[in-house]
Ligand binder design. Structure first.
Ligand code: FDA
Length: 303
């Protein structure tokens, strides 16, 4: 309820202006965001690498306003891949198609991502295409499927809250496309998405089972302790090796669980965002946990 309200109100310009200029919001957001510059993000990658954790870098920004802005994002991602390689970090990036021009031209968007995938191929890296709201799902999966035929080093994200996701996973598994499974972070209508946590969690486990038994090196992306335990049990019961999949978490969330998984010998990758366009990402993180909103509100009223 609070989650949906926050996601709804986050689209209002007044709230955006208020949050973007609030020092306390920036201070809270820096828990989830590595910094403004690529150097900050690489430093974060090196820091987590020392703990045995790999990373995927996300250059913040979505829904660009022109194809020129999309080209600039594409060039930034090429720079990121080279920067990771030069720093001795495994080159791995996550990007959003609306940042690459999907709202303007499917062809231009696809070519922009193809250049990033080609660069990733050259530096031995991987490109994950994040999943945005449901109006983009079909187009995103079509683009990932076509791109995968040109560059096998790209993968998709599936959201467990969508009713359609089981079919999408079958389609991606059949095409040998790597999938990251997450719960889903956008405001969706009941006709398209499960509403209760119990339903989303039940679907998450069903989809995780499909990926672990018939997918290609899946990524189980969640901080939900119960789901993590159930996935660990499922993998052990089905003789799925610990290096046949990876867990993924967001930078700044549940450090205790990160440490536990690494200590138990699992693979863990952190999604590390950086850049100036932090507002939408930050609001989705706030919406996921009411305690974050309470903390922000309390401090905003104090200042
Ligand atoms: P859930 O929301 O049930 O939270 C479980 C527990 O995790 C909470 O009890 C709390 O302890 C902790 N937690 C979760 N969120 C927190 C927060 N913001 N602050 C503090 N604690 C928090 N979504 C999407 O739609 N498209 C995408 O491409 C991606 N990509 C992606 C990559 C990776 C690596 C991850 C981990 C997640 C995504 N997501 C995403 C986001 C995902 O859909 C989901 O919104 C969040 O992961 C939160 O859901 P949980 O699975 O953690 O469960």
């Amino acid at each position: 309820m609070l989650r949906n309200a926050l996601l709804y109100f986050s689209r209002q310009r007044a709230l955006r202006n208020w949050v973007e200029t609030s020092p306390i919001a920036w201070r809270l957001s820096s828990r989830f965001i590595a910094g403004h510059r690529l150097e900050d993000a690489i430093t974060a990658c090196l820091k987590v690498r020392a703990e045995g954790i790999t990373a995927t870098l996300d250059y913040l920004g979505e829904s660009v306003r022109s194809l020129d802005e999309a080209s600039a994002c594409r060039d930034m991602y090429v720079t990121i891949l080279h920067g990771m390689r030069s720093a001795g970090v495994e080159p791995n990036v996550s990007l959003k198609l609306t940042q690459f021009g999907l709202d303007f031209s499917i062809d231009a968007c696809e070519e922009n991502v193809a250049l990033v995938a080609k660069t990733a191929m050259e530096v031995g890296g991987f490109v994950r295409i994040d999943m945005e709201s449901s109006e983009y799902t079909e187009r995103t999966l079509d683009i990932v499927t076509r791109l995968h035929q040109r560059h096998a080093n790209c993968g998709a994200v599936i959201q467990a809250y969508l009713h359609r996701s089981a079919n999408d996973i079958d389609r991606l598994n059949a095409a040998c496309i790597r999938v990251r499974l997450c719960k889903g972070a956008y405001l969706e209508p009941p006709a398209l998405a499960f509403e209760s946590k119990a339903e989303v969690d039940r679907n998450y486990m069903e989809l995780a089972g499909k990926l672990l038994t018939a997918g290609v090196y899946p990524a189980i992306a969640t901080h939900d302790e119960r789901i993590l335990e159930r996935v660990e049990r499922f993998a052990a019961n089905n003789n799925i090796r610990k290096d046949a999949f990876e867990f993924e978490m967001l930078y700044g969330i549940r450090r205790d669980l990160q440490k536990r998984l690494i200590g138990e010998g699992y693979r863990l990758r952190l999604y590390i965002p950086f850049g100036e366009a932090w507002y939408p990402y930050f609001m989705r993180r706030l919406a996921e946990r009411p305690a974050n909103v309470v903390f922000l509100a309390r401090n905003l009223f104090r200042h």
